[in-house]
Design a binder for this molecule. Sequence first.
Ligand code: PMP
Length: 431
Amino acid sequence: MTLASDTWAELLEGDGAHVWHPYAQAADPGYIAPVVAASGVRLQLADGRELIDGMASWWCAIHGYNHPVMNRAVTAQLETMSHVMFGGITHPPAVKLAKMLADLTPASLDRVFFSDSGSVAVEVAMKMAIQYWQAIGRQSKQKMVALRSGYHGDTLATMSVCDPVTGMHHLFGEVLNKQFFAPAPQSPFDGPCPESDMAEISDILAQHHNEIAAVIVEPVVQGAGGMRFYSPDYLRKLRALCDAFDVLLIFDEIATGFGRTGKLFALEHADVEPDLLCLGKSLTGGYMTLAATLANKRVSEGIDSGDAGAFMHGPTFMANPLACATAIASIELLLSQPWQRTVQRIHDELATGLAPARDLPQVADVRTLGAIGVIELREAVNMREVQPMFVERGIWIRPFGKLVYTMPPLVMNSDDVATVTAGMIDVVSRL
Ligand code: PMP
C-alpha cells in the first residue's frame, strides 16, 4: 500500500496510536490534517482535497514543494554520495556551500560550522561565544543577553534565551541557565530607534559585561515569540553597545534568512555585521534539515588559540552532502530569479488583502513586512476550533496564541495570496 492510497481514517488511526506531535498532548493532539503529497504551493489531503499552504512549512519551503530543480539536485547528489561523516573528511557540496554562504553574508563572516537544525545552530553560536572568552582567558564571560519576545529554539540551551514568559522557562526553570533579558525594541520597523529602547540593555551591559559572553537577537523580525517587527536602527545601536562593552553579537536569522524580509538577510536592513550568524529553515528551501553558524575571524581564531585547541562540537549529520547540495540548489534557484520583486509583490498583496481585518473588533493589529502578514487578535485562538475552519476554506494556516499569520512560499501567485488573505479574514471574522 502506498502512502498516497492510505485513507484519511487509516492515517489518523495509525497516527493516534504511536505518533507524538509538536506542542501537543500525546494521546489527544487536537486537529491533525493527513497530508499525502505536496506540489507547488499546495498540500494534498488524504481525501483528495488541496490546501494552499500559507505557512511554507514553518517558513522554510520558499520554492514550494516538488520543485523540479530542487528534485534534480537531490537525486543527482543521491547518486553520488548521500552521507559521509565530517570528522576528518570534506566533500564538494560542503566546500561549495560554505564558500557561497561566506560570499553572500557580510565579509567578516568567513567560517561556516554546519549542523542539522536551527536550535543546534544557535546552541553552537552560544558555545562558540563562551569558548571564545575562555580561550582568551576571560572565563567569567558565560552569560547571554536576550530580548523579551525572542525565540531561538526548543532545546535546553536555546530555551534559556527565549522569552521567559512565552517560552518554557516555567516548565524547565531550574534546569535552564539564567540569562539576562532586555525589553523587546518598541521602535517600529520604519522609524528611528529612540534612546529609550536602548536604556535597559545598556544598563545590563554596563553592570554585567564581565559575566556576558554575547547578546543574541533575531534581527528586525522577532518570529515565534510574537511576530514583531522593529527598527533596523536598533541593531546599529546594539552593535555599538556590544563593541563598547566588549561583548559578542549573535544574529539568529533562522527565520529571516534567504529573502523573507525583502533582503537576502535581515541584517542588510541595518548594514550591521554580527560576530556570529545562525541560518537554517530556508537554507535548503525546506528540502532537508540543515543549519549553519557563521563566525568571524575574531571568534574562530580566538577559539583556535585557546588551551582546548578546538571547538568542541560535532553532530553526526554535520554537512550532510544531500542537505548541502539542496542548499546550493536552493540558493542558486532563489538568486536566479527577481526574488526581491516577488517578495515586494507578495508584501503588497498581503498588506492589501489583510487590511480589512483592521475593522474587526476582535483584531488588535495588522502588520506586514516582506513576505510576512500578521493579524494579531485581542485573545488567543482555540486551535481545535480554528484549525478545521482554515482547512474548510482550502488554506493551511496555523496560528499560535493571538497570532494568525502567513509566511507563504515565495513562489505563491497573486490569486493564491488573495485566497489565503481572504480565508484568514473570513476565519478571523467568525471567531
Ligand atoms: N531561531 C529562530 C529565529 C526560529 O524561528 C527557529 C524555529 N522557528 C529556531 C531558531 C529553531 O529552529 P529549529 O526549529 O530548526 O530547531
